[in-house]
Design a binder for this molecule. Structure first.
Ligand SMILES: [Zn+2]
Length: 271
């Protein structure tokens, strides 16, 4: 599943080809996505200049100068690519063409992703209901501490809860907890403000490392006919069940929390 680093790298990959351009056409091969793509709204985005592409949590928003925007979520298997000349691949659902014959192509084999045209001032619930991602200014240790101080859920579940903090998937939740030595079973309300500050700091560092490791794949967003894979950061906990901890003599254990695997070291993640 594309996580925040992949989404941010996608943003960086596609933005340079879109700024200053205008969409002039869209080949809607399949509108049956997680929510149906409303092609009746397409006329509203044609001919308006693209100002920028921003990322909000794991959503990408292409902003136009008439205040309409085009929002994408990559779901489980979605990806975007840019191409001038290309052959249509299986699962290329939406192909947006710009005035310089560049195409922005949305491909998604499992169709859990979505694309939506947002009207000026329209609130898009899926987007508005998200808490801040770790890079947003309001995502401080203080913010996290206040919002979780009455939560009886474990900290692992809290980190995966997009309403509290968005953009942290299962892999990075495990890595952040390993990095901060916090036991994933710890009740959120038992964490100190200092630990909350550490979590935010660690989240930013780990996600930045992943974004940077994806930087080398940026060129793949142009004329790419292949799906980009996961970024290779050295994982300290995730998917390392039975292997030695990289910090102590313990072994990484796997437990299941809320139907998701959690990997951690019970010897040094005791805080
Ligand atoms: Zn350890």
């Amino acid at each position: 599943m594309p996580e925040l680093p992949e989404v941010e790298t996608t943003r960086r990959g596609i933005e340079p080809y879109l700024i200053g351009r205008k969409f002039i056409d869209c080949n809607t091969k399949n509108t049956n996505l997680r929510i149906r793509f409303n092609k009746n709204l397409l006329n509203n985005i044609y001919g308006s200049e693209i100002i920028k592409v921003i990322r909000v949590a794991k959503y990408l928003k292409v902003i136009l100068n008439n205040n309409y925007s085009l929002v994408f979520h990559l779901g489980m298997t979605g990806f975007l690519r840019i191409a001038k000349h290309f052959t249509i691949q299986k699962h290329d659902h939406l192909i947006f063409k710009t005035d310089d014959n560049t195409n922005l192509i949305f491909n998604d084999s499992r169709r859990f992703g979505l694309c939506k045209i947002i009207k000026p001032n329209e609130k898009f619930k899926l987007l508005e209901n998200n808490g801040p991602d770790p890079f947003q200014e309001i995502a401080t240790g203080d913010y996290l501490y206040k919002i979780i101080k009455n939560r009886t859920a474990n900290i692992k579940a809290v980190l995966l809860n997009n309403k509290i903090i968005s953009g942290i998937g299962n892999i990075y939740a495990c890595e952040i907890l390993w990095d901060t030595r916090i036991n994933p079973r710890r009740k959120a309300k038992r964490l100190s403000k200092k630990q909350c500050t550490k979590i935010i700091k660690s989240a930013k560092e780990i996600l930045t490392r992943a974004i940077n490791s994806g930087g080398t794949t940026l060129k793949d967003y142009f004329n790419a006919d292949l799906q980009s894979g996961y970024f290779k950061i050295e994982l300290k906990a995730y998917d390392r069940e039975g292997e030695g901890c990289k910090r102590c003599s313990g072994k990484i254990k796997r437990i299941v929390q809320a139907n998701r695997s959690t990997f951690f070291c019970s010897k040094c993640q005791t805080k």
